[in-house]
Write a protein of this length. Structure first.
Length: 424
């Protein structure tokens, strides 16, 4: 009981620190931004191409600039003090059938637009986009985001390699780079910032859990903090991916050493639940701050008007596994996956047979536990996952690759143990 209380207190302190630092950062950014320069940068970007209203084609699907124009529009309006403006986070109100970029263009042309407080986005993207656009062009912002993304992926490789081994870290990083659009996201800085945060957090989770193998309290604190930090940089796109990789890391670092399958399954789910708890707790803190500082409304913290958009069964009939199907389809539409994913499945199947013969199939069953919580999250926000499958698909190829890599690792580690075993 004492351990549980101490862990809860640690998580609360961690959340308070993140909220404090994050709030100070976004208020400082808001106080220093130049709405005139952001407007000029946005006008140039829309007129000369880097902020294309139709997005850009990557393999067989488009990368939307929906979120880009949304965050840019937040830089064009200030209301009240820097503190109030930071938490209100006014953006142009989107209306169909047009896009945010269409409405941003219309606003820059002098036409009136409706605005709304979109406080869920008072987070990390603004800390990068608004200061850069206040002093430079949108192309410069893209270059900076490419650099940020590259450094972040390298940091994940290094930190993961220190705890999981160089080979496993290379395989994990290569999987992310090859089977997803991660390194192409410099074209869309909001997603570049989000994925930069995600890759760094995966590295930190790996490094910290590797140094404290078997310490569940440390794992919970680390994963909770990672979830809270990630909510600061991402709305609702890639939380399944972070949850998945946190479970995979726990499996590799801790569970495979003890081989206690029941305890391992509980540990994986606990760590993944801690990531999700941190994400939700930070989200709740945003709503609360918005209510107290942004508008003072007693009910403004609850997004009743659009919560149905994120969750299953909104304006469309809920179909079981429809989100999984949509994300799997998008994953295969990313051209290289037509070859890579079937190959990975075939290699993983062979490795699983080897594990079966070595009586190590329990390790693979345990690894499959890491897929459960991400699948529940995807189903829980099914409508959002379907509508935004172009952003949320990354969890599917990574799940396939992690299963294949885990099977190969388990098979070869078992063979090495057999070769090193003394003979009678």
């Amino acid at each position: 009981m004492k351990l549980l209380v101490n862990t809860a207190i640690g998580c609360l302190v961690s959340l308070m620190i993140i909220v404090g630092l994050g709030s100070a950062a976004v208020v400082l950014s808001e106080s220093q931004k130049s709405t005139e320069n952001i407007e000029a940068a946005a006008r140039d970007a829309l007129e000369n191409g880097p902020l294309d209203r139709k997005g850009r084609r990557v393999h067989w699907y488009y990368q939307s600039n929906f979120s880009e124009c949304q965050i840019v529009s937040m830089g064009l309006r200030t209301s009240g003090t820097a503190l109030q403006s930071a938490f209100r986070a006014f953006s142009i109100r989107w209306k169909k059938p047009g896009s945010y970029c269409d409405q941003l263009t219309s606003y820059l042309d002098g036409n009136e637009q409706r605005w709304r407080s979109y406080f869920r986005y008072w987070h990390g993207s603004r800390l990068v986009m608004h200061p850069v656009l206040s002093n430079a062009s949108y192309r410069t912002l893209q270059v900076i985001c490419y650099g940020l993304l590259f450094v972040s992926v390298v940091s994940m490789l290094v930190l993961t390699g220190l705890s999981l081994g160089v080979g496993y870290a290379l395989a994990l990083t290569a999987s992310l780079v090859v089977t997803t659009d991660t390194l192409l996201r410099g074209f869309t800085p909001t997603h570049a910032v989000s994925l930069s945060a995600l890759t760094v957090l995966v590295g930190v989770i790996s490094w910290n859990l590797g140094r404290n193998s078997g310490d569940l309290r440390n794992a919970i604190l680390t994963c909770f903090t990672a979830g809270a930090v990630y909510n600061y940089f991402d709305f609702l796109y890639n939380i399944e991916l972070l949850v998945l990789l946190a479970g995979v890391v726990f499996w590799k670092v801790s569970v495979t050493k003890s081989r206690e399958l029941k305890a391992g399954a509980a540990g994986i789910i606990t760590c993944q639940a801690a990531v999700l708890a941190g994400f939700v707790a930070m989200w709740g803190a945003k709503w609360l701050l918005m209510s107290v500082i942004g508008t003072g409304s007693a009910t403004s913290w609850f997004p009743a008007a659009n919560i149905g958009t994120w969750l299953a069964g909104s304006n469309r009939q809920y179909v079981v596994l429809a989100a999984l199907a949509a994300n799997s389809h998008k994953a295969m539409m990313y051209g290289v996956n037509l070859i890579v994913l079937p190959t990975a499945l075939a290699v993983g199947a062979v490795a699983a047979l080897i594990c079966w013969k070595q009586e190590r199939i329990g390790l693979l069953a345990l690894l499959c536990v890491a897929l459960f919580v991400p699948a529940v999250i995807m189903e829980g926000k099914s409508t959002h996952s379907i509508v935004h499958a172009g952003f949320t698909f990354r969890v599917i190829p990574m799940a396939v690759m992690m299963l294949a890599i885990g099977a190969v690792w388990a098979a070869f580690s078992g063979r090495r143990q057999q070769e090193q075993a003394p003979t009678s």
